[in-house]
Design a protein around this ligand. Structure first.
Ligand SMILES: C[S@@+](CC[C@H](N)C(=O)[O-])C[C@H]1O[C@@H](n2cnc3c(N)ncnc32)[C@H](O)[C@@H]1O
Length: 243
């Protein structure tokens, strides 16, 4: 579950979606459409979409991410409708014209049965002809021989003048198509450690034609595909309608 330090790091590192990313959704939807962003996090995309005139609701199972989303939105005079829940459990009172899941968040469903269950939930919550839009990525580097393990370090400066360092260790299982990623977050103020947090997550990946078949199997049609470069990475964006 995304905790306090992970949220702080995410906000300092990613901030808000670019104008180009927002424009992509403007081409797909109009301002009368009701949108849902499962796994909306702290509103990196949801907030700029609201600013662009969209009505969009969010769901996330991290109270810290949602707290940050509310705070960042209220600083801009916005009050988003957010549901704190795991996507697997949702039963919302309305259906949507669009469900959007940017930047590979769908890949956090693991094992695969959970991903399939999420697709069923999305279908249940879409109006007839409603669109599902998902960005996915493949961790190509992990596919080279002897390159399954990776260690990395990074740091960001936060708005409260602390530094958060992250140490990540990840190991990929190429045949099962998932990565286990272990991250340690350390927050430092004036050379003193003030907070630490550890997090482990699975990241699954899917190839293009595999995902098209999965979408078909779960009742989606008119499946379209686009290559996009988002957040310094290649992504495959799938756009599918409810059958
Ligand atoms: C990488 S962040 C993406 C946030 C946002 N969509 C964006 O584009 O910046 C992934 C989010 O998924 C949420 N999450 C992970 N598993 C979830 C689940 N099963 N149900 C609901 N939210 C989940 C996390 O709490 C986190 O906020």
């Amino acid at each position: 579950m995304y905790g306090e330090l992970c949220t702080k790091f995410y906000d300092a590192d990613k901030q808000f979606a670019s104008t180009e990313e927002i424009y992509f959704y403007k081409k797909l939807f109009n301002n009368n459409d009701l949108l849902l962003e499962p796994m909306c996090g702290s509103g990196r995309l949801l907030i700029p979409l609201m600013q662009a005139g969209f009505t969009i609701h969010g769901i996330d199972n991290s109270s810290e991410m949602l707290k940050s989303c509310k705070k960042r939105a209220s600083e801009l005079g916005l009050q988003p409708i957010l549901y704190e829940n795991a996507v697997e459990n949702i039963k919302l009172p309305q259906k949507y014209d669009g469900i959007i899941i940017p930047l590979g968040s769908f890949q956090l469903f693991y094992p695969r049965g959970d991903a399939y269950h999420a697709l069923e939930k999305f279908k249940e919550h879409l109006k007839p002809k409603g669109k599902l839009v998902m960005d996915l990525f493949v961790p190509w580097d992990a596919l080279y021989e002897h390159n399954e393990e990776e260690r990395s370090e990074r740091e960001v400066k936060t708005s409260s003048n602390s530094v958060i360092k992250i140490n990540n260790y990840s190991i990929a299982n190429k045949y099962e198509q998932f990565i286990i990623s272990k991250t340690k977050y350390t927050e430092i103020i004036n050379d003193k450690i003030v907070n630490q947090e550890e997090e482990q997550m699975y990241v699954a990946w899917y190839y293009r034609y595999e995902m098209e078949l999965i979408l078909e199997k779960f009742g989606f049609k008119n499946i379209r595909y686009e290559d996009r470069f988002l957040n310094k990475e290649n992504h495959m964006t799938f756009i599918a309608e409810v059958a």
